[in-house]
Structures are given as structure tokens and as C-alpha cells.
Design a protein. Structure first.
Length: 435
């Protein structure tokens, strides 16, 4: 008799196909205890996008090269798919078969509203519920994560279109996973892209979220996942662990508790926090705002609030500048190559920001600066001049020993005219090249 797979629910705040989430993905796959579990990409959330096939290709490549996992697209794209062949009854049946037989199901970027419109009247929720009950890993991030709760944030409609704040009915898979009450999942919880305005809580900001909380049932609570952070729930052991760059927030009616990366606790403890039991609660207003929210410039953003990509870009740019200042051409070239490699590693990520463009702009500027430095010469001129200058210093010393003072002074004057200063010391003559 085949042993049942572990039951795992993983929720990522963002970075689902970024270098930051490679280790969590690998650990989840390893916990399944199978050499090669069938993995399926539930592609519905972005199925309406013109570049849906490109997103799929990038995700498949990411899992193959970084996670060492072969993942196949489910092909359940919905009614707005560019390729309408996916809408054929046989194609949809095949997509659901892949989903039901998979040991690892992943869904991430796109629109939660579109995903819900397709899934709600389909067998997908039942298939996911069965997987959480019978065994397997369900890994949802970003847009897909928003669909897991009893209610879902229509983020595009509110933040981009300007519709009045409202909730959508979610899949309520959190309740099926043992998270009691009306749990609302909000990824991108510590987002800081707004610059001059508050984009925390998946672009809602405090003002909107506070209003929307008042529209929820009395037992409702928010489960917030910071960017590049993952909550992994072991439904058999009834435990949750938090890892990544940020933390996990349990919020109810504006009062929050934050569990940082490295935290491991029982699901019951998390639910107690949601009910306001145990520990010390604190108002969300006390949670530090991003530097941009406080009115600072992007250059002053603390690394903890910047994207991991831009943090690494800054580090490599500083390494380049130090190498140029120290006339260390090989180190400057190495910094450029490392930056190019970093950008390539992030190429599979479904970033919705201009971070990749900013990284490439820095790369181009560093290449230009290296070219300018090469034109002027990076090698220390002292190394090039040393044989000649030291020969002339030796000649001057010989002239002085022969009491040919006038000729010795003429050698010194020619060196000074060439910006080479001499200083006679008890230990001999030393020289410096004036800038």
C-alpha cells in the first residue's frame, strides 16, 4: 500500500520564481518524500494575459534549472485565453486530471479576480481541497494567494481602476486546511513600492484596509505574508514555519501580531493570536512604515524594505566603485559579470515592478564607466614610471657624489616639471607622483 503524501500548504508573499524562494521550493519538494513528484503549474491567474505563454515558459525554466523539478502547465486558462483550444472539454478534462494527480501544485502571478471567476464554478476548489485532505503540496503566491481565504482583495480593481473598496468571495481553502474563522490572506504585506504613498497590504494601504476590515464578518482575521517570505503549514503536524526576508502578520480589527522569519509555532497558537489571545498585541500603526512612506528618497530605503534584486545591485555597484577607485580592473570586471549573472538569475521572476529595468540600467552604466576608465588607463601610473624615475634618481645621486651640483639640480627640476616630487631622507631619496 502506497504511503500517503504529507499534507502541505505553502503561502508566499512574493518572489515565487525568484532566487529568494529557491530553497523553500526545494525543501517543500523534499518533504514530499518522492524522487520525482508530479508537479503542475496552475496557470489560470494569468490565463487572460497576452504573454501567458511567456510566463509559463519562465516558470517551467525556473523550476527545471533552479529547483530541479519538472513542472507542467495545467492548461486551465479560462475563457479569455488567447489560445481557445484550452477551452475544449477534452482539454479542460486533461487539465483537471493533471491537477488531481499532481503531488505539487503551484500557482502565482496574475489577477485574483480572474482566477476566482474561472475557478469558482469549476472543479478546481474541490480538487485543491481534496489534495489538502489526502496529501500533497499546494504552493500559492501573490495573486493566487489572495484567493485562498474566505474573502479576496480585488487589488487591480481598487488600486488601478479606482473602484470602491469591496471584497470578493474567496475559495475559503484556509478553512479546509484547518485555519478556523474567516481567514483573509494578503500577500505583499510589507510592499514599499509606493514611494510617496502607502502600498502596504498588497497595495491597499492602511486607510483602505481599515475600511475593508469593517466590512468583514465578526470572526474575520487577516493573515499577512511579507514579500519574499513564505509560510509553510504542515497540516499533519499542525505546525507553521516562517522563512524568508520578512515575517508573518496576524491582524484583527487593526490590532496585529508579527511573527518574524525563523518562527515555528502550532496552528493553534496562530489561531489564538487571531482571536487576540496570548502574547502582546500591538496596533498596526506601530509597524514601521517603509522609508518611502516616511517621505525619504528611494536611495535612502533600508535594505530590509528594498527588493532583494535592487539590494544586490547596490552592493555590486559599490564593489565596482571601490575597485575603480583602487585601480583594480579585474575586480571591476568581476562586479559587472556578477551583476549580469544576478540579472539572469532573476529573469524568471514575474516581477510587476521596474526593478529589472533599473538593474539593467545600472549594468549599462557600469560598462560605460569601465570603458571610460580603460581609456584613461586603470593601471597605477607609479608602476609604469617607476623604472624611469628610479633610474633618474640614481643618476642624480651619482651627479651629486661627483659634486656636479648644477646637473643634479637640473635632473631634479625636470622631474618636478613632470609632476614627480623628490624628498631626500636619511634613508635615501623617495618620490611621489602629484595628481
Amino acid at each position: 500500500m502506497t504511503a500517503r503524501r504529507p499534507r502541505i500548504l505553502a503561502i508566499m508573499g512574493s518572489g515565487e520564481t525568484a532566487p529568494t524562494m529557491v530553497t523553500p521550493h526545494r525543501e517543500i519538494v523534499a518533504r514530499l518524500g518522492e524522487p520525482t513528484p508530479r508537479a503542475v503549474l496552475l496557470d489560470t491567474p494569468y490565463g487572460f494575459q497576452e504573454n501567458a505563454s511567456e510566463i509559463t515558459e519562465r516558470a517551467v525554466e525556473y523550476f527545471a534549472h533552479r529547483v530541479q523539478l519538472t513542472i507542467e502547465p495545467a492548461g486551465f486558462l479560462g475563457p479569455l485565453a488567447v489560445d481557445q483550444s484550452h477551452r475544449a472539454p477534452l482539454a479542460e478534462a486533461a487539465a483537471l486530471s493533471r491537477l488531481r494527480t499532481a503531488g505539487f501544485v503551484f500557482a502565482g502571478p496574475g489577477s485574483p479576480s480572474y482566477a476566482l471567476s474561472v475557478w469558482r464554478t469549476s472543479p478546481v476548489p474541490e480538487a485543491l481541497t481534496t489534495k489538502l485532505a489526502d496529501g500533497g503540496a499546494v504552493v500559492f503566491s501573490s495573486a493566487a494567494a489572495l484567493t485562498l481565504g474566505s474573502h479576496s482583495v480585488p487589488v487591480y480593481e481598487i488600486y488601478k481602476v479606482g473602484q470602491a473598496v469591496h471584497w470578493l468571495e474567496g475559495l475559503d481553502l484556509m478553512r479546509a486546511a484547518g485555519f478556523d474563522g474567516s481567514c483573509v490572506v494578503i500577500p505583499h504585506y510589507d510592499n514599499a513600492e509606493g514611494g510617496t504613498h502607502d502600498t502596504r497590504f498588497c497595495y491597499l494601504g492602511e486607510r483602505r484596509l481599515a475600511v475593508m476590515e469593517g466590512m468583514l464578518p465578526d470572526d474575520a482575521w487577516v493573515l499577512g505574508i511579507d514579500e519574499h517570505t513564505v509560510l509553510v503549514a504542515d497540516l499533519d503536524a499542525k505546525t507553521v514555519t516562517v522563512s524568508g526576508r520578512g515575517g508573518l502578520t496576524v491582524r484583527r480589527r487593526g490590532t496585529s501580531r508579527v511573527f518574524p522569519a525563523g518562527t515555528r509555532l502550532a496552528i493553534g497558537e496562530l489561531l489564538s493570536a487571531a482571536r487576540g489571545e496570548g502574547g502582546t498585541d500591538r496596533r498596526e500603526a506601530e509597524r514601521p512604515l517603509a522609508a518611502a512612506d516616511a517621505g525619504s528618497t528611494p536611495a535612502s530605503e533600508p535594505d530590509s524594505k528594498r527588493s532583494p534584486l535592487l539590494t544586490e545591485v547596490t552592493r555590486l555597484e559599490q564593489a565596482f566603485e571601490a575597485a575603480i577607485a583602487g585601480r583594480r580592473a579585474p575586480e571591476a570586471a568581476e562586479a559587472i559579470l556578477n551583476l549580469d549573472r544576478t540579472i539572469a538569475e532573476w529573469a524568471a521572476d514575474t516581477l510587476q515592478t521596474d526593478d529589472p529595468d533599473r538593474a539593467r540600467a545600472v549594468l549599462h552604466s557600469l560598462v560605460q564607466r569601465l570603458g571610460e576608465a580603460a581609456a584613461g588607463g586603470l593601471r597605477d601610473p607609479r608602476e609604469l614610471l617607476a623604472p624611469l624615475v628610479e633610474s633618474l634618481i640614481t643618476l642624480r645621486g651619482e651627479l651629486r657624489a661627483a659634486k656636479a651640483w648644477e646637473l643634479a639640480d637640473r635632473v631634479r627640476d625636470r622631474l618636478i616639471a613632470a609632476r614627480i616630487e623628490l624628498r631626500d631622507t636619511p634613508g635615501g631619496t623617495v618620490w611621489e607622483l602629484r595628481e
